[in-house]
Design a protein around this ligand. Sequence first.
Ligand SMILES: Cc1cc2nc3c(=O)[nH]c(=O)nc-3n(C[C@H](O)[C@H](O)[C@H](O)COP(=O)(O)OP(=O)(O)OC[C@H]3O[C@@H](n4cnc5c(N)ncnc54)[C@H](O)[C@@H]3O)c2cc1C
Length: 347
Amino acid sequence: TSNLQAAAAAKGAFYAGDPCSGDSCFIGGNVATNAGGNRAVKYGTTRHQVYAIEVVNPTGKIVQLGARLQKQTTGYCLEQLVIGSEGTLGIITQITVKLLPLPKYSMDLLAVFASPEAAIGTVNKLIMGGITPTCVEYMDNITIKSVERYLGTSLQGSDKGNYLIVEVEGTSEDDLDEKACAMDEICSGNGAGDVLVAEHDKIWQARKAFAEAVRAESLIVCKEDVVCPVDQEPALLAEILRLAEKYQLVTRIASHAGDGNIHLNILKQEQESYADWDERVKANQQELYRFIYAHGGRLSGEHGIGSKRKQLMQEFTNPDELEMMRAIKKALDPNNILNPGKIFDVE
Ligand SMILES: Cc1cc2nc3c(=O)[nH]c(=O)nc-3n(C[C@H](O)[C@H](O)[C@H](O)COP(=O)(O)OP(=O)(O)OC[C@H]3O[C@@H](n4cnc5c(N)ncnc54)[C@H](O)[C@@H]3O)c2cc1C
């Protein structure tokens, strides 16, 4: 994916999809999982970057879906049905992506908050503040320290609290300055101790190292990818922290906060028995998912279901919705040959 970004940039164009795994994932995988990532706040997820796809369908036909058009209402939107279907409806063999002009001016601000609640509580205000941020990312302090250890570096403000990393694009230096002042006012007004101009490469290297840093701490991790409406995010974070305390879980949290997608990693500690840890993780999951569905959220924002979360998907998804999904899978893949057993089972 980062090769695609670079190839577009070499032609003066901008590919807006930007999952943190950009250096290791493929555009086919991004489309198959509807990958999100950092710039979804402004540009949407992978599905918003795609005009058309070529798909080898489960009966062996090669079909072109979609078109290089800004709009069309010509029957079902099948390319969008295949996007995010995790390889269960077809193998994607070509993709026509949307490219935009390269943003001319951009800057990254780092706001450091003593309290996690204050940091997350600021996100919706930034979104509603009219500055149209490209990215709003959150990292809690213990995660920042973990990334510092993993990268062997020191990060700005890491001794002071929890990060909001805000990237914004502008039409000129003056426009950027105005937006920076507005962001500073919003963040400071909501309890940020420091609002700094961040070093672009360093701060994004740190944010993107989250998963590897966690893996360096523990090889056994439960990765939650819950998502809720942005205005419900403070309540969700409070619930995550309450449950972590209740079930005595060691957590690292980073989130695509600008779109309500919280990555909660629960690390098994060496001294914990697997059975006991797993029981607490499952109890946490039940309470967390009940909360998230009651607040208009879903159990996965961007990682998808795979086979790991399919029982939970069945438990928490509206049965009528699940029945429609199964009917589509049965109609398009009557022999159940493409990624069978992913997302849900088909009898
Ligand atoms: C460090 C790290 C950071 C991450 N950050 C993000 C993030 O910010 N945002 C995000 O959304 N995800 C993130 N992820 C998850 C993952 O990288 C993405 O979901 C990515 O889109 C998966 O692409 P891949 O090429 O690795 O696909 P794979 O993992 O190889 O495949 C994913 C699924 O898609 C199917 N598939 C793959 N290619 C095709 C194809 N051509 N046609 C049909 N089906 C296909 C596979 O069968 C599989 O079911 C992260 C993962 C890691 C390890």
